[in-house]
Design a protein around this ligand. Structure first.
Ligand code: SF4
Length: 341
């Protein structure tokens, strides 16, 4: 028996843009897999390229190089027409639901659109009944079908985006900062809903976020991006228990922990300088201009993203040994690393 392919496979994904000032290297050689029913978190600062990865994965943006496979099919260079039948296999939920929901349509019309397009229910009553079911699944009463997006709160609008995404029963959902535009008070309920739906429906999910608490809650595995590249990938519990890459260590040190005593005793790693421009990424390790433990070779030698033997972890750092011994960025002297000559 052959096992089914992963729902999403990115191989060597690269996206460069031409700008007036030169070439913006937004994403460089990213390889990532989302298995069936698996939630993979993609984290990094704004400007790390994580949203561009999501847009390329659903063909809203065209990669400069590399391949995107969905359910085993290479969709990288498929025409719009050839892509259409596959559209029901994947769906993107955006950060700001207001921009993705047509304000002229009713909620019922918005949810019904993909059902009609892919002929997933009998016209008329069949579609109406399916819309009602989907509204119930996202915790909204059937009468919401007659409302327009502007009559709803941000949290309700994001629930509608989820209902629309689920209408096609996708194998893959890409959620790009789905809660960051919402009030803090409703973020948790939308995240809980996403987690429940994912468990019940079993779709694979690429969850793009800068919210570490959210990603710890939802993701089975996490990939950390810095300046267009993945620097570390590991199962969620392993990554939070022992981040190996100095950038991951810094990122996690800034995340709040529930225990106030643990919070007080924790060393926060403050990175010097700003994220460098993707127009001119630093040579060698891209993180070397901010890395608290950088050594001379980091300025020229590009660290390869390699799997640590006997583990499910990948890391790109010269100083992480094969047995997992890693530098401790928190213990480094609080001086700025030497600038690149
Ligand atoms: Fe820091 Fe060097 Fe490791 Fe890059 S390769 S993360 S600069 S120690």
């Amino acid at each position: 028996m052959t096992s089914k392919p992963p729902v999403l496979e990115l191989h060597g994904l690269t996206r460069h843009f031409a700008s007036g000032k030169g070439t913006v290297r937004a994403v460089d050689d990213v390889s990532l897999t989302v298995g069936r029913g698996e939630v993979v978190g993609l984290v990094g600062e704004s400007g790390s390229g994580k949203s561009t990865v999501g847009r390329c994965a659903v063909r809203l943006d065209a990669p400069t190089a590399g391949t995107v496979r969905i359910n085993g099919t290479d969709v990288t260079r498929l025409s719009r027409r050839a892509l259409r039948p596959l559209r029901k296999d994947f769906h993107l939920v955006f950060q700001d639901p207001s921009s993705s929901l047509d304000p002229r349509m009713t909620v019922g019309g918005i949810i019904a659109e993909p059902i009609r397009l892919h002929r997933l229910a009998a016209r008329g009553e069949g579609v109406r009944a399916r819309v009602g079911e989907l509204l119930a699944q996202v915790g909204l009463r059937p009468e919401y079908a007659d409302r327009h997006p502007h009559e709803l709160s941000g949290g309700q609008r994001q629930r509608i985006s989820l209902a629309r995404a689920l209408a096609v029963d996708p194998d893959l959902l890409i959620a790009d900062e789905p809660t960051s535009a919402l009030d803090v008070s409703v973020q948790a309920s939308v995240l809980n809903l996403l987690a429940d739906l994912q468990r019940e429906r079993g779709f694979g999910c690429l969850f793009i976020t800068h919210d570490l608490a959210a990603v710890e809650f939802l993701a089975d595995r996490i990939a950390v991006m810095y300046l267009g590249q993945v620097v570390e990938q590991a199962p969620t519990a392993d990554l939070f228990a022992a981040p190996k890459h100095p950038y991951t260590q810094a990122l996690l040190s800034a995340a709040p922990v529930p225990d106030p005593a643990a919070q007080r005793s924790r060393e926060r790693i403050v990175l010097s300088g700003e994220l460098p421009s993707p127009l001119a990424p630093p040579p060698g390790c891209r993180f070397h201009t901010r890395c608290p433990v950088a050594v001379a070779r980091c300025r020229t030698g590009i660290p390869e993203l390699r799997t640590l033997p006997g583990t499910a972890r990948q890391v790109a750092c010269h100083l992480v040994a094969d047995d997992g011994t890693a530098p401790d960025a928190a213990a480094a002297p609080a001086t700025a690393p030497a600038p690149t000559p």
